[in-house]
Design a protein around this ligand. Structure first.
Ligand SMILES: CC(=O)[C@@H](O)[C@H](O)COP(=O)(O)O
Length: 254
């Protein structure tokens, strides 16, 4: 179990619902892959009609909804979306995602900081999506966000941890949880994030667009657990030269 955003969670794998081909997968992921946190973009919450489905109707009541402000282009929009999201979902967990460009979907640091300041004061549990920028992460920690969510690589690229050298200092220096969000394309990328000491990962594309999202969610869940366990035990150091597996001394003395 680990504590985050005022909750005790078992699973360190958070899943985005955006690209799922079928919302009924959400319940199966909750029960069969142990996923407890689902990110939901407010712009996709709508009435359940013949043409559209309301994602909220598919999220188990004990799961945690992380409202996502994706689509916001500045702090004012993000705050408005977060407020609407809280009303619609009854969840005060908000992922602050503000992007001005649609080509790279990189987070806007200045607007993100402003939105977080407001949302923390408004009583939200705030989870900002950020660049792997230690200075920004520290500022956000100061203003009272619950966790920081630095990107592994751009959203939807499946390229994995492209900037370990920038992520490591954040993991080492900030005291709030660090969730690696975006660009994680394979279970081995998720394991790598956890071996580095990340507290959790958020994944959408690699699970939702796979041939079998449920099986892929289970694969990611196992990788996240394995990576975390290895981190807790302690990752061994690397050597420049071969280290004999059967030490010669034993043979000589025996
Ligand atoms: C759904 C969600 O929260 C995304 O905005 C997130 O950043 C995930 O990124 P990937 O789709 O690359 O996993």
């Amino acid at each position: 179990m680990f504590e985050i955003g005022g909750k005790m969670l078992k699973s360190r794998l958070f899943v985005g619902t955006g690209k799922l081909p079928d919302y009924s997968l959400i319940e199966r992921m909750y029960y069969e892959a142990g996923i407890e946190v689902f990110a939901v973009a407010v712009r996709r919450i709508g009435p359940n009609t013949k043409h559209t489905k309301n994602v909220l109707e598919y999220i188990p009541k004990d799961a945690t909804i992380m409202v996502n402000t994706s689509g916001a282009q500045d702090h004012k929009e993000a705050v408005k979306i977060a407020m609407i999201g809280r009303e619609l979902t009854n969840s005060d967990w908000v992922k602050v995602e503000i992007e001005k460009d649609t080509k790279y979907l990189f987070p806007d640091s200045f607007e993100t900081l402003k939105a977080c300041e407001i949302l923390v004061k408004e009583g939200f549990k705030v989870f900002p999506y950020i660049y792997p920028d230690l200075n920004l992460a520290k500022e956000l920690e100061q203003i009272g966000v619950e966790a920081v969510m630095p990107l592994g690589s751009p959203i939807g690229t499946n390229k994995g941890i492209g900037c370990e050298v920038l992520l490591k200092p954040i993991i080492n220096e900030v005291k709030i949880p660090v969730i690696i969000d975006a660009g994680i394309g394979r279970p081995s990328h998720a394991a790598q994030a956890m071996e580095m000491g990340a507290d959790a990962v958020l994944i959408n594309t690699a699970i939702a667009t796979s041939a079998d999202p449920l099986k892929m969610a289970i694969a990611f869940a196992k990788a996240v657990e394995a990576g975390r366990l290895a981190f807790e035990v302690g990752i061994l150091k690397e050597y420049e030269y071969a280290q004999a597996s059967s030490p010669l001394e034993d043979f000589i003395s025996g």
